[in-house]
Write a protein that binds this ligand. Structure first.
Ligand SMILES: Nc1ncnc2c1ncn2[C@@H]1O[C@H](COP(=O)(O)OP(=O)(O)OP(=O)(O)O)[C@@H](O)[C@H]1O
Ligand SMILES: [Mg+2]
Length: 471
């Protein structure tokens, strides 16, 4: 990692000499010719080290030190002091300076001090990042699932994690796209470097670009200081672009270039910045439709979908539901400090039959709420799905899809059949098994009602007993 240094002095010649010297040492060097200028340039994460003269005219080196400590507690400061001002130098060290260099100094002295201080500064940042990663890894949620589609996803994650290729994670909302992205990063050789996340939705083009690529001071109204973008922050690690399908078209071109050339410019800047970043993108949008409609660039589309991981909706892997419920119950119980409660058989059946339009996220919050709200020793279907599901009401939102991928027509037929069955059975239950009254109540001719019952193989007795078939 290259260290970034800010050199501050009001003697122009000295600044340029130091700049040349430190650049030769391999650092990235910026300069400021006054304390005021330095303060404008200092912001969190902008520099690893500031080398400042103590006396600068207006804002002094001590002020710069105090400001830097406040804005960016991680930045190291080395003070250049006039001959004989050791006392102030000690004062500076007390205020948090890492070291001082008395004038006159020779180049070797500078080299040695800067190298030593920089090493410590970089180590400290690494250390902090590692700590954060350990925490993340500790809290890194297990992806739960045993169904065939999920097994396929697990083996895909294992395969692509190492490969450093761009991964596009797709699937409806709440299906675990972010979990998959995390898993890819934490199983990749980049796991010890940062994983930086960015949501591309609901931001203006200007904001998305400045978030992605950073901006120079004055690039636009409100850009009061230079700012590093997510691409830079992710250097050496992984950049997760969430909701990439919502990225403004103009920004897509810049993203494509950053991916292809591995370089970009900050907004309002002309210096090109090189980065080494692995990209993971996620979307629940139909990108193919976006390409057709001209809202998503085709070339970017192909760049992103080098490897595609497609998460199926929860109804397409119903067999995972019991396992998911079990896991969510355990973790919720732990979190809320309660004992886990079992589900009644009815509740489990209802959960298996439910359509879960919000997918795993919805299931998770339903389980958490049920645990909190349930009064008895067991979680009932009304605890889990609300009272509507326990009674005779017809659940209109149910979509019935089998384990195998199905065509739209098959899925629709099965869904309609499911709807008709529960509708008729509900009507029969409410009429106490009286077909004439059931038909009347739902505005059907008795003959058509009976005809439908025959088609679906429903008998009045079976409907009364609440048996569910075909789910
Ligand atoms: N297979 C799974 N195992 C355990 N938890 C899961 C699983 N899938 C999803 N979750 C949980 O469901 C919630 C939603 O997951 P996540 O944020 O990854 O979904 P998403 O696909 O990114 O959704 P969106 O499109 O809305 O952003 C999270 O709390 C996540 O922990
Ligand atoms: Mg998400």
């Amino acid at each position: 990692m290259i260290g970034r240094v800010l050199v501050v002095d009001d003697e122009k010649a000295l600044v340029l000499a130091l700049k040349g010297l430190l650049k030769k040492e391999g650092y990235q060097v910026e300069v400021a010719y006054s304390g005021e200028e330095a303060i404008e340039k200092i912001e969190p994460g902008a520099f690893h080290l500031i080398v400042t003269d103590l006396s600068l005219g207006g804002v002094s080196g001590m002020d710069v030190l105090a400001y830097a400590r406040e804005v960016d507690p991680d930045v190291a400061v080395v003070m250049i002091t006039a001959y004989g001002s050791e006392k102030i130098a000690v004062e500076a060290m007390k205020l948090g300076a890492s070291d001082y260099i008395p004038k006159p100094f020779d180049n070797d002295e500078i080299r040695v001090v800067v190298r030593k201080v920089m090493e410590t500064a970089l180590l400290r940042r690494d250390h902090q990042r590692l700590l954060q990663q350990v925490q993340e890894a500790y809290g890194f949620e297990q992806i739960v699932g045993n169904s065939r589609p999920m097994q396929r996803i697990f083996s895909m994650i294992e395969k692509v994690a190492d490969a450093d290729v761009t991964v596009l994670v797709r699937g409806p909302s709440g299906t675990g796209k972010e979990l998959v992205a995390n898993a890819v990063h934490y199983r990749s050789p980049r796991r010890r470097r940062a994983m930086v996340k960015m949501n591309c939705a609901a931001l203006s083009q200007e904001l998305v670009e400045s978030e992605l690529f950073g901006h120079e001071k004055g690039a636009f109204t409100g850009a009061v200081a230079r700012r590093e973008g997510k691409f830079e922050a992710a250097n050496g690690g992984t950049l997760f672009l969430d909701e990439v399908g919502d990225m403004p078209l103009e920004t897509q071109a810049k993203l494509l270039r950053a991916i292809q050339e591995r370089e970009f410019e900050r907004v309002g800047g002309n210096q090109s910045i090189q980065v080494d970043v692995r990209l993971i993108a996620a979307t629940n949008q139909d990108l193919e439709a976006g390409v057709k409609a001209g809202t998503f660039r085709e070339d970017l589309y192909y760049r992103l979908k080098v490897v595609e991981v497609v998460l199926p909706a929860l109804v397409e892997r119903r067999e995972d539901i019991p396992l998911l419920i079990d896991c969510f119950l355990k973790s919720a119980a732990e979190r809320f400090g309660r004992d886990p409660k079992p589900l009644t058989g009815d509740a489990l059946r209802a959960a298996m039959a439910h359509s879960w339009p919000g997918n795993v996220r919805e299931l998770k919050s339903a389980v958490e709420q049920a645990l909190l709200l349930s009064g008895g020793d067991e979680i009932t279907s009304s605890d889990l799905l609300g009272s509507g599901s326990a009674g005779d009401g017809v659940e209109l939102g149910t979509i019935v899809v089998g384990d195998q991928p199905s065509t739209f027509r098959e899925a629709k037929e099965r869904t309609v059949e499911h709807f008709e069955r529960s509708f008729l059975e509900g009507a029969l239950r409410r009429s106490g098994g009286n077909i004439t009254r059931a038909a009347e109540a739902v505005g059907m001719y008795r003959q058509s009602f009976q005809q439908k019952m025959r088609e679906l193989g429903i008998t009045a007795d079976q409907a009364m007993n609440g048996e569910q078939k075909g789910v």
